[in-house]
Design a protein around this ligand. Structure first.
Ligand code: GLU
Length: 483
């Protein structure tokens, strides 16, 4: 049987790491099995819907290279793939369940439902509908409908027994029916379906074979299984993905750092790094291997690689991957990616374009993400501020020795800018030794004086890129202004 999976987001917020991970695993599963990956917009909640979120969904998946075979823009054999365009189908199926006596009209108004909730809260009872309308007679229902009383349609959840399903990742799951949401609404009084109804009807008609989604949907799944039974349909295989946690073991949220893909994107993360890292959150592939480009994952992926246990999202690890993928880029591609960030930082772009090929190999080795670049290279284009004296003095040195080191540095800087890297490095070591200094203590004040920053490319390359005259002038300026 052909594997058919879907990513079914509700466009009610920016795409976040968790959502994209669900999309990615579905995509990889389809690709690895020669199946189809669908994108379906679950936009039934019109109050929380936002066109900008929908756009962000398309943009994000495009940027990451997660392509769908059927979807809102692409069409496909079961179009439309937008729930708000399928309301007639849901309505028809809700009424079909009423016909079959596995669902019923409920006429309780908001006031009554609120009263029930207040009583339940006061008595510390679990919340839920009290099933009052479940026992209305056929005549009572007909009379209410004829009188034009607004109604919703609720599912008759069995009062006893258990509902079971086997999750492809989590194993056997059993739920007492008495613990399932008592008679959830399937169709609202305005004719809009709820998530549960629309989701099940679509998965059935779109011939979804595996429902792979976040673990937070596990508690809804017994209800979904009951709905498949009510319709007389075979449920798909459920595969619930382990939760993504922050380092403190709590569900990943803004408290832990960036969660929307846009935030990572504007910080200068590469899509390759995000894909590689999130494919590893809660999954393991080959022993001892970290780098998995998307096309390798497409071949390698299988459900057996997914862990049951919750996964921790490690921001540092993602940063590491980003550095790795930056280093894999061709210089010209990296330059093109850096341009918007350098421009945004207000650097003179003509000069930047001229200088970038020379400086790129230096910063490529050090970047974790692209937004670090402006700070690293701006000393080439702008006169940096001279750092305060306490920053210029290395921890183990005092003012006098730092001054002497910087004075001796003038000769070194003058020569180093024109020497090849190795000779310049030897000269640095010799000069430091003559002064009785560790190499680092000799170099750091020079770096700070010349670049104004601790985060700069390797010093010798920086000196060459800046040119001897400017570099010497900056050391002199630091001496004059701070010592
Ligand atoms: N629309 C739901 C969501 O936004 C889909 C859940 C599911 O995959 O069944 O997460």
């Amino acid at each position: 049987m052909e594997v058919r999976v879907r990513y079914a987001p509700s466009p009610t917020g920016m795409q976040h790491i968790g959502g994209v991970r669900t999309a990615l695993f579905n995509y990889l599963f389809a690709r690895s099995r020669g199946g189809k990956f669908l994108l379906r917009l679950e936009d039934t909640d019109r109050t929380r819907y936002g066109a900008e979120y929908e756009q962000n969904l398309f943009d994000t998946l495009d940027w990451l290279g997660i392509a769908w075979d059927e979807g809102p823009d692409k069409g496909g054999p079961y179009a439309p793939y937008i729930q708000s365009q399928r309301f007639d189908l849901y309505r028809k199926h809700a009424f079909e369940l009423v016909e079959k006596s596995v669902a019923y009209h409920c006429f309780c108004d908001v006031e009554r439902l609120e009263r029930i909730r207040t009583i339940q809260t006061m008595n510390k009872m679990p919340p839920g509908y009290d099933r009052a309308c479940r026992s209305l007679t056929g005549e009572e229902v007909a009379a209410n409908l004829a009188a034009g009383k607004p109604s919703v349609i609720r599912l008759k959840v069995p009062l006893e027994g258990v509902t079971r399903f086997t999750d492809a990742i989590l194993g056997d799951i059993e739920w007492k029916n008495e613990d399932v949401n008592p008679d959830p609404v399937l169709l609202k009084s305005d004719g809009f379906p709820t998530y549960h109804l629309a989701n099940i009807v679509d998965d059935h008609f779109m011939k979804i074979t595996h429902v792979m989604r976040a673990q937070e949907w596990v508690p809804s799944t017994p209800l979904h299984v009951l709905m498949y039974q009510a319709f007389g349909w075979v449920p798909p295989t459920f595969c619930h993905l382990p939760m993504v946690m922050g380092s403190d073991g709590q569900k990943l949220s803004k408290r832990h750092g960036a969660t929307s893909v846009n935030e990572f994107r504007s910080k200068g993360y590469l899509p390759q790094a995000i894909v590689n890292y999130i494919a590893m959150v809660g999954a393991s592939y080959e022993e001892g291997r970290d780098m998995y480009p998307l096309d390798d994952l497409e071949r390698l992926f299988s459900l057996e690689h997914l862990n049951k246990a919750p996964a921790v999202f490690d921001y540092k690890k993602l940063e590491w991957f980003n550095g790795q993928y930056i280093r894999l880029l061709e210089d010209a591609d990296l330059a093109a990616l850096l341009e918007p960030f350098l421009e945004k930082a207000g650097l003179p772009m003509d000069a930047v374009r001229q200088k970038l090929p020379e400086i790129l190999p230096l910063i490529k080795e050090r970047l974790h993400f692209l937004t670090e670049a402006p700070e690293m290279v701006s000393f080439l284009f702008k006169e940096p501020a001279v750092p305060p004296v306490e920053e210029l003095i290395p921890k183990k040195l005092d003012r006098e020795r730092t001054k002497a080191a910087l004075e001796a540095a003038i000769g070194f800087v003058q020569k180093a800018a024109a020497l090849d890297h190795e000779t310049a490095e030897q000269l640095a070591r010799d000069t430091a030794e003559k002064l009785g200094l560790k190499l680092g203590d000799f170099m750091m004040p020079i770096r700070l004086a010349v670049t104004g920053s601790r985060i700069s490319p390797p010093l010798i390359g920086s000196l060459a890129a800046l040119g001897a005259d400017k570099a010497v002038a900056r050391v002199q300026r630091a001496l004059a202004e701070r010592f």
